[in-house]
Design a protein around this ligand. Structure first.
Ligand code: DGP
Length: 117
């Protein structure tokens, strides 16, 4: 069996990290290297290495990631359009993916530039 990802170890409570949010599908915790005042990682409990490798049976998991983002934004007081947040998914080398366990970055708390770097 392949080694657990760092995120799987956090989800399985083998590595301590306070959870910002958890439900039956996902867990969310603060990024160790935040790129904004709010930088939360939303991670599926099922290991999907990266978004382009998701399959039809992952549809509910993928939906759960976005629904969780809205709930977390509400909880953190950034859901109002006068504030806001950005969701980012990195797939592969050119995008800067560094952990091979699908995750959604939720970034907020400052004005975010577009296009991204
Ligand atoms: P990505 O580049 O999209 O694969 O993002 C991976 C993110 O994961 C990166 O922003 C740093 C974060 N990260 C890596 N290791 C850990 C860890 O052990 N704990 C936490 N909280 N975040 C981590």
């Amino acid at each position: 069996m392949s080694e657990k990802t760092i995120f799987q170890k956090i989800i399985d409570r083998e590595i301590p990290a306070p959870l910002v949010y958890e439900d039956e599908w996902v867990a969310a915790f603060n990024d160790v290297n935040p790129q904004a005042p709010i930088h939360v990682l939303i991670v599926p409990k099922k290991l999907i290495p990266r978004v382009g490798e998701a399959v039809a049976e992952d549809q509910a998991t993928l939906g759960a990631l976005l629904l969780a983002a809205g709930k977390i934004a509400d909880k953190l007081g950034i859901k109002d359009r006068s504030k806001g947040f950005r969701l980012v998914i990195n797939h592969g080398k050119d995008a800067g993916e560094s952990v091979p366990h699908l995750h959604v970055h939720l970034l907020a708390g400052r004005s975010l530039e577009w296009p991204p770097g």
